[in-house]
Design a protein around this ligand. Sequence first.
Ligand code: C2O
Ligand code: CU
Length: 542
Amino acid sequence: GKVLYYDFVVKETPIDMLCETNRTVLTVNGLFPGPEIHAHKGDTIYVNVTNIGPYGVTIHWHGVRQIRYPWSDGPENITQCPIPTNSSFLQKVILTEEEGTLWWHAHSDWTRATVHGPIIILPITNYPYKFDEQHTIVIGEWYARDTKAIIDEALATGGDPDLSVAYTINGQPGDSYPCYNGLMYNIEVVRGKTYLFRIIHSGMNEEMFFGIAKHNLTVVGMDGAYVKPLKTNYLMITPGQTMDVLVTANQAPGRYYMVFSPFVDTNAPSNKNVTRGVFQYNGNYNHSETPVSPELPGFTNKSDAGNFTIQLRSLNSKEHPSTVPTKITRNITITVSVNQQPCPANKTCLGPGDDSMHSASLNNISFSAPSISILQAYYNNINGVFNKTFPDKPPFVFDYTGNVSALGEAAFVSTEVLMIKYNEEVEIRFQGTNFGAAENHPMHLHGYSFYVVGMGDGNFSDSYVSQYNTVDPPYINTVGLPKNGWTAIRFKANNPGVWFMHCHLERHSSWGMDTVLIVGEGPNKDQKMLPPPHHMPPCSGS
Ligand code: C2O
Ligand code: CU
């Protein structure tokens, strides 16, 4: 592969949005969404990240496996400390088998709301499908005030963080919002041509349905890997996921809305409109006509939301074979819960019940990030930063999706990491629970893509194993664990390092729905982590 260079400057930028002018938000290079990285499969990209914003930040390359090189992965206090104001960090992004669409985003507090952008990875020879033009679509959210302040305040009181006030397509809210001032994504198409849309869900807290009025969508890729073409009239995409979708302009020339609308869980009510763009034919017709709207599943349509991903099949061709682990040597079950914690004595809490605070957990452990990076502590054998005791099984067995009101909801707050041996064939069964409130959880793993071999409603049962798809399951990095349901993923632990795993709904991740996988090294030289770069952002705690 080639070696490419990019410069990212993280800085405060005035933006006009909705009824406000000159709102200052954190951006990269003054852009919202941020700059697009273009590369080919196998390239190495150096990104010099300079922070001139008001506080420390980190940047993560979502879906890039960073083989043997966690040093540039980015999650704050997991693989590095934040890049302080007025300093730089040269990050090395190592592409190997990734091909398709991924993205980058800030990985500190809630700064990723405005600090994110696409990573487009082109094939070296040819695509396994045909199209005429390609366009990137970043679905985002816009907040009425600074997102770092929003989450800092919510965590201090244990209460609910503000919801965003608008959804955006490529930074543009569209005509369903007051004062949108013509800021609407508009693509002009030619009848008969086929368009590749690279769709990235950079949003913070809600999963989305997507559709274009009267047009079929054909999904051909997801999370930087190809899938067998899946024809559908809607997509369901979670925060963190990316999808490559073909659309042929084969309808009567006219104007058609393209719409993202949320899938809303019970305790995340939608306070805002859908976001719209226009898929507009060139040629002779009345260009002032009101576009037609697509029919999308309703806001609370759990079955259409839950059944989407599992229809996808990896391409599993000669050039792009699936290699699903079938000799599982490590079998892990992880409950995924929203909890409440009792309010500490020195606090006044605004949490869900009287005098309690929001929390969330994996296997009933609510993750607390240390003040220096776990990678640094691991590599330098610094004790007292984390415990190697994240359990392979939940602490108690019960009817997870039944009535749990008698069980008590508090989780243990701790920094527990899951230790995995090099080359283990790992299966993780995520089990949603009814603690707090049941919700979907887009579970994301750094350092790997994984095969989603099974998914379903209710409690997992061993009898489901015989029904797994071990031939051509989707190979992705973020899986929507269905509300009140389970999903099983598999991967071979052949990427040594320190890898964050968390729910990609920001409020859940902030409440502790996270853990870290430390994958050990193999005996050979090429099975060990690469050495750290000469300069890492400093950690004050060391
Ligand atoms: Cu998209 Cu841990 O991140
Ligand atoms: Cu979640």
